[in-house]
Design a protein around this ligand. Structure first.
Ligand code: GTP
Ligand code: MG
Length: 358
């Protein structure tokens, strides 16, 4: 018997700016055709109401963590009729047009919503990659939530302090902790983030120990875990879909599969925030259009030469900026192409109809 209420899942009436009457729910998982929801009536399965979501509707497709309004059906599938505004989200470019269901244009696809913290996880073995942490940080700042970096499997090395120092340099203010789900080392430091009613999303490559941390925090095996490959320490993609879980402490966790798929969808604000230590050198060069390559009076080059600005930090910044610009251009290019294609089809149909009437 389920004794949880939607309030336990973080719902308050303030989340609905329209203050409508109705039944609300939180999306705990997204399947091919169905959504798993938690409501005051307990868990239920739901589908999207077609007239609202598919016929040129403007309603955003729900994702894991979303609060939605539903038409509750105790005898079968409920219907989702509205997606409530999100306070934070992760998005990616949906170039395929399949992932969002039926949308055929390039659009933003939201993959997790309404979380307070992002645990960026990387293990202290061969997976350790500072560049990937910078990338996740930019995405996390962009999401609207607070990133926290966790270096996992601390039991595998004698002293994590060297890694902690390295990551603190690029964290630009985000907190960094070394933990072990196996021995429990460092888990007490996470209590600051484990607040009843709050939601935390776990990000990181397959095998870093996301589901193991869920289980360690839950004190029970809620998620399946499997060994990484011996040869290259890569994970086996054990978690296959994003899943929101309520722990007995009242904290919610969104466990995710290794999010290889997260692209740099519109992350300029996140890059600005994650790289404010780099961006403070911009705008002070002699020439306002300085490309920071060979121009005289370039403050960026001066900071690089004096060592004040680490070269790898600058390189990461430039690479991520370039990638964002590329992603945005690609989206614009595909949008444009789709628009041209649609215009052609419309023209074709009009010509065919015109032909028949003649
Ligand atoms: N030594 C050690 N091993 C750990 C720790 N945490 C997780 N592992 C192991 O790492 C492997 C992968 O752990 P998972 O929790 O399945 O990793 P995941 O990030 O959920 O992986 P995906 O679901 O594939 O994305 C398992 O063999 C775990 O036992 C840890 O703190 N120390
Ligand atoms: Mg997992």
């Amino acid at each position: 018997m389920n004794t949880f209420t939607l309030q336990d899942y973080g719902f308050t009436q303030q989340l609905d700016p329209l203050h409508t009457e109705g039944t609300y729910a939180r999306v705990t998982a997204v399947h091919k055709q169905h959504y798993s929801l938690m409501t005051d009536q307990g868990e239920c399965l739901a589908r999207l109401k077609a007239g609202i979501y598919f016929n040129n509707g403007t309603e955003e497709f729900p994702t894991t963590g979303d609060y939605v309004q539903i038409q509750y059906n105790p005898g079968g599938d409920s219907l989702i009729v509205r997606t409530l505004p999100r306070r934070s989200k992760f998005s990616r470019n949906d170039f395929s047009g399949h992932a969002a269901g039926y949308a055929k244009t390039v659009k933003e696809q939201t993959v997790a919503a309404n979380f307070d913290y992002v645990f960026i996880m990387q293990s202290l073995n061969h997976d350790f990659n500072p560049r990937r942490i910078e990338r996740y940080l930019a995405l996390s700042w962009q999401s609207g939530a607070i990133p926290v970096i966790l270096l996992t499997k601390a039991d595998l090395i004698d002293d994590p302090s060297e890694y902690l120092a390295k990551v603190q340099h690029l964290a630009n203010g985000a907190k960094v902790h070394a933990i072990s789900a196996k021995t429990g080392e460092g888990l007490d430091r996470l209590s600051t983030y484990l607040i009843r009613g709050h939601t935390i999303v776990f990000l990181g490559s397959s095998g870093v120990g996301k589901s193991s941390l869920v289980n360690a925090l839950a004190g029970e095996d809620m998620m399946a875990v499997s060994a990484i490959r011996e040869e290259d320490s890569k994970g086996k993609h054990t978690t296959t879909h994003r899943q929101l879980l309520l722990l007995s402490s009242g904290v919610m966790v969104i466990d995710t599969p290794g999010m290889r798929e997260l692209g740099m969808w519109e992350s300029s604000a996140g890059i600005r925030e994650g790289f404010s230590d780099v961006e403070r050198y911009l705008g002070n060069c002699k020439f306002s259009d300085c490309a920071h390559t060979r121009e005289p009076g370039c403050m960026v080059r001066a900071a690089l030469e004096s060592g004040e600005l680490p070269q790898e930090r600058w390189d990461s910044y430039v690479a991520l900026r370039r990638e964002t610009a590329f992603v945005e251009n690609k989206a614009a290019y595909l949008r444009n192409k789709t628009a041209q294609h649609v215009a052609l089809k419309v023209g074709e149909r009009q010509r065919q109809r015109g032909g028949k009437h003649r």
